[in-house]
Design a protein around this ligand. Structure first.
Ligand code: NAD
Length: 342
C-alpha cells in the first residue's frame, strides 16, 4: 500500500492531485522543510501506475533534501510528478491545474522544470501560483547546465587532489560519458585546463564536435566505462556504476554530473574497496540548483559562482570524513547532509 512505500513515513506531506477538467493526475511529495520551503522540479513521465509514480516522487524528493542541504541552500526537498506522456498529453491547462494545487500549499513547495517539463510549462504553472522557479524570459533565468558543469569541474579538482595529490588538471585524462548540456561544457572547461579527453555519446555528431574543438579521443558507448583515464565522469545516465560495470573501471576517480550514478547504495562501499574515489553525485552536481535557487530569491547573479565553487571545499570535507571514519564517500555525504537538515 502507499503508506508502506520506502521513505513514505519520512515525508512531511504527500499530496495526490486530480483535476477532472484538465485530466491532471499528479503527486507532490514534500520530504523536509526544516531549512526552508521544499524545492525540486516537476517530472512528467508515463508511469505504469500510481504506486510507481509515488515511489519515484518519494525517492526524488528525499534526494532533493540531501542535495539542497549539502549545497548550503535555504531550502528543503520536494518533488512533483505528473502521470502522463509529455510528448502527447501536455496542455497548458494541465500545468495551470498543477499551479493551483501548488498554490494551495501556501509556499511549502516550489516547483521548477525537470525531465518532461519545460520553462513554457512553468509559465502555465505560474498562471495560478508564484511558487515556481525557472520561468521563461525573465532576466537571469537560463540554462542551469553551465553552473552544473562548473561545479563538476571543481569537484574533479577536489577529487584528484585528494586521490592523486595533484592540484591541477593539466596532463590528466578524463573520460566523459555523455556530451549533452553539462557534458559538453565540462569538456570545454577541462580542455581549457589542459586535461586530455576521451568521450562517448550515442549521438556521433556530439563526439565529433568534441574531437574537433578539444582534440578529444572518441570511445565507443560501450567501452567508455573502461577507458584508461584518471577520472571517469558520468554525464548521461543513472545507475552507470553497477555490478557489471564496476569491475571494468580503470579510473581512480568517478566524478560526474549524472544523477543516481550508483545502481544501489552498497556500490559506494564497493568503490571504496576497489580503491576508487567516488564524488557523491548530489554533492558534485548541485551547481544547477544553486543557480535556480538564487534566481528564485532574486539574488545577484554574481553570488552564484562563489557558491558553486564552494562545492570543491564541500567535497574535500566529504572525502576527509570518509577517510577519518573508514566509510564510503556516499555514506559520509549522507551523514553530513542529515546533520545539516535534521
Ligand atoms: P542532456 O540530455 O543534455 O545530455 C545527456 C547526453 O548523454 C546526451 O548528449 C545524450 O545523447 C547522451 N547519452 C544518452 N545515453 C547515453 C549513453 N548510453 N552513453 C553515452 N551518452 C549517452 O542532459 P544534461 O542536462 O547534460 O544532464 C546530464 C546528466 O546530469 C543527467 O543525468 C542529469 O540528470 C544530470 N544533471 C544535470 C543538471 C543540469 O543542470 N543540466 C543538473 C544536475 C544533474
Amino acid at each position: 500500500s502507499l503508506f508502506e512505500l520506502p521513505d513514505f513515513d519520512q515525508h512531511e506531506q504527500v499530496v495526490f492531485v486530480s483535476d477532472r477538467d484538465s485530466g491532471l493526475r499528479a503527486i507532490i511529495a514534500i520530504h523536509h522543510t526544516g531549512r526552508g520551503p521544499a524545492m525540486g522540479g516537476c517530472r512528467m513521465w508515463p508511469y505504469a501506475d500510481s504506486v510507481t509514480a509515488a515511489t519515484d516522487a518519494l525517492r526524488l524528493s528525499r534526494g532533493m533534501t540531501y542535495k539542497n542541504a549539502m549545497a548550503g541552500l535555504p531550502i528543503g526537498g520536494g518533488k512533483a510528478v505528473i502521470i502522463g506522456d509529455s510528448k502527447t498529453t501536455k496542455t497548458p491547462a494541465l500545468f495551470a491545474a498543477l499551479g493551483k494545487a501548488i498554490d494551495q500549499l501556501g509556499g511549502r513547495y516550489i516547483t521548477a522544470e525537470d525531465v518532461g517539463t519545460s520553462p513554457a510549462d512553468m509559465q502555465s504553472v505560474h498562471q495560478r501560483t508564484r511558487f515556481v522557479a525557472g520561468l521563461e524570459g525573465e532576466p537571469g533565468r537560463g540554462d542551469p547546465s553551465p553552473a552544473t558543469a562548473l561545479g563538476v569541474r571543481v569537484g574533479i579538482e577536489a577529487a584528484v587532489q585528494h586521490q592523486l595529490g595533484v592540484d591541477r588538471l593539466q596532463g590528466l585524462t578524463v573520460a566523459i560519458q555523455g556530451l549533452g548540456h553539462v557534458g559538453f561544457d565540462l569538456a570545454r572547461q577541462l580542455h581549457e585546463a589542459g586535461a586530455r579527453l576521451i568521450v562517448a555519446d550515442i549521438d556521433p555528431s556530439r563526439t565529433q564536435r568534441a574531437a574537433e574543438a578539444f582534440g578529444a579521443r572518441i570511445s565507443s558507448v560501450d567501452d567508455i566505462v573502461a577507458a584508461e583515464a584518471e577520472v571517469f565522469a558520468p554525464c548521461a545516465l543513472g545507475a552507470v556504476i553497477n555490478p557489471s560495470s564496476l569491475p571494468r573501471l580503470r579510473c581512480q576517480v568517478v566524478a560526474g554530473a549524472a544523477n543516481n550514478q550508483l545502481a544501489t547504495d552498497d556500490l559506494g562501499e564497493q568503490l571504496r574497496e576497489a580503491g576508487i574515489l567516488y564524488a557523491p553525485d548530489y554533492v558534485i552536481n548541485a551547481g544547477g540548483i544553486i543557480k535556480v535557487c538564487a534566481e528564485y530569491y532574486r539574488e545577484p547573479a554574481d553570488s552564484v559562482e562563489g557558491r558553486v565553487l564552494a562545492i570543491k571545499q564541500t567535497l574535500a570535507e566529504v572525502f576527509a570524513t570518509a577517510d577519518r571514519e573508514g566509510i564510503s564517500t556516499r555514506l559520509a555525504a549522507d551523514r553530513m547532509a542529515e546533520a545539516r537538515f535534521s
